[in-house]
Design a protein around this ligand. Structure first.
Ligand code: NAD
Ligand code: DAU
Length: 359
């Protein structure tokens, strides 16, 4: 019987945004949660140590492409919602090896949709009406903006430019088709760049912080004038909670920070904060480590989100400014060197050589 106290099923809850979502859930909602995660290189159960022993938390290691597993989890846990975050998420990796992106982001989403649709058909109408599927996606599906262009709105056409973006766009379109064809109860969010604690150091901010602390060159792709709209990760978690509670079936909500920054400025700000927090560092001023390297293939020039609809219909607004969020982020990475060291061993070194070796 699905009720408000039935569990929610989260996919990818051991990743960066997923673990913030899980932690946020237990702080603000506190009903049972099942976390399904394959634990790829990007999944890390350390992120969830503080809630791991709760009786209302269940972790399942598994793949969203595994139909039998999904069928079993749905019957066993009778979730009132699925929050689908599991994905291959790094653009540079998608350029080197797109296959995993197609498999997890497209086939995996398809598997979840089909398993859920068939399970929902077995429920009485009243219970089925309570269920929601929240599909967590990205602003990259809209492609790249020119300097004077208006920020992305929900009705904008999809123009993905990387294998990652194309795989996410494909998954969004599958969700749309399931809503239209089968009345599937899905809500979609498309969010801008997240930053904050627990982000794997392949992404710009944690990578720059890790390398700057070690006095290593800070790789700036191309001219560094690409613009990203940065949102502190806990603000994304609260937006997802709001979308699950108040979002309308079949609707898309763009989530962003109203915070466009050129990469060069973002890296400079990080360097200034490191200069302040590490006054005795031999690498001061850290900005001297900035190094221009060969650009990313098909590099999107600018992303910017118009989040008006989410603000109006979900009553959501970001709490952190870039100034407060960056300070918290830099402090966290300096205070959690052991976390960084643990995730940057082994396979991480191979990735650094693959992506940066010949740049
Ligand atoms: P991440 O790479 O940090 O985490 C992804 C998680 O998914 C990991 O825990 C990984 O183990 C798990 N996973 C991967 N393949 C799986 C599979 N086949 N089955 C089960 N689990 C699997 O990603 P993130 O940055 O936390 O992003 C989460 C979601 O949010 C993604 O869907 C991403 O497209 C979207 N998103 C990310 C950002 C961002 O700035 N990071 C912005 C907007 C949207
Ligand atoms: O916009 C949302 C997207 O943001 C999410 O969907 C993706 O999952 C997430 O990875 C992120 O994509 P980006 O490609 O924008 O993020 P990344 O941190 O990889 O890069 C941010 C910018 O910094 C981008 O313009 C590329 C640049 N960059 C990145 C790296 C890793 C560099 O200049 N040097 C680097 O070494």
């Amino acid at each position: 019987m699905l009720t408000n106290s039935s569990p929610i099923l989260v996919t990818g809850g051991a990743g960066f945004i997923g673990s913030h979502f899980v932690l946020d859930w237990f702080t603000h909602v506190g009903t049972p949660l099942v976390n399904l995660d394959k634990l790829t290189y990007a999944g890390n159960l350390r992120n969830l140590e503080s809630i791991a022993n709760r009786p209302d938390y269940t972790f399942v290691r598994g793949d969203i492409c595994d139909r039998e597993l999904i069928d079993r989890l749905l019957v066993e846990h009778q979730p009132r919602a699925i929050v689908h975050l599991a994905a291959e998420s790094h653009v540079d990796r998608s350029l080197v090896g797109p296959q995993d992106f197609l498999t997890t982001n497209v086939q995996g989403t398809f598997t979840l949709l089909e398993a859920t649709r068939h399970w929902l058909a077995t429920l009485p109408e009243a219970e089925r009406a309570e269920f929601r599927f929240l599909h967590v996606s990205t602003d990259e599906v809209y492609g790249s903006l020119k300097p004077g262009d208006a920020p992305f709105e929900e009705a904008f056409a999809f123009r993905p430019n990387s294998p990652y973006a194309a795989s996410k766009a494909a998954s969004d379109l599958l969700v749309r088709a399931w809503v239209k064809s089968y009345g599937f109860p899905a809500i979609v969010t498309n969010c801008s760049n997240n930053y904050g604690p627990l982000q794997f150091p392949e992404k710009l901010l944690p990578l720059i912080l890790d390398r700057a602390v070690k006095g290593q060159p800070l790789p700036i792709y191309g001219d560094g004038m690409q613009v990203r709209d940065w949102l502190y990760v806990t603000d994304h978690a609260s937006a997802l909670r709001a979308a699950l509670e108040l979002g309308k079936i079949g609707e898309t909500y763009n989530i962003g920070g109203w915070n466009e920054q050129a990469n060069l400025d973002t890296v400079r700000l990080l360097c200034e904060l490191l200069d302040e927090f590490l006054p005795d560092s031999p690498h001061k001023p850290h900005a001297q480590l900035m190094t221009f390297v060969t650009d990313r293939l098909g590099h999107d020039r600018r992303y910017a989100i118009n989040a008006t609809k989410a603000e109006r219909e979900l009553g959501w607004r970001p709490k952190e400014t870039f100034a407060t969020g960056l300070r918290k982020t830099v402090r966290w990475y300096l205070d959690n060197r052991a976390w960084v060291e643990e995730v940057t061993s082994g396979a991480y070194r191979e990735w650094m050589e693959t992506n940066y070796g010949n740049r």
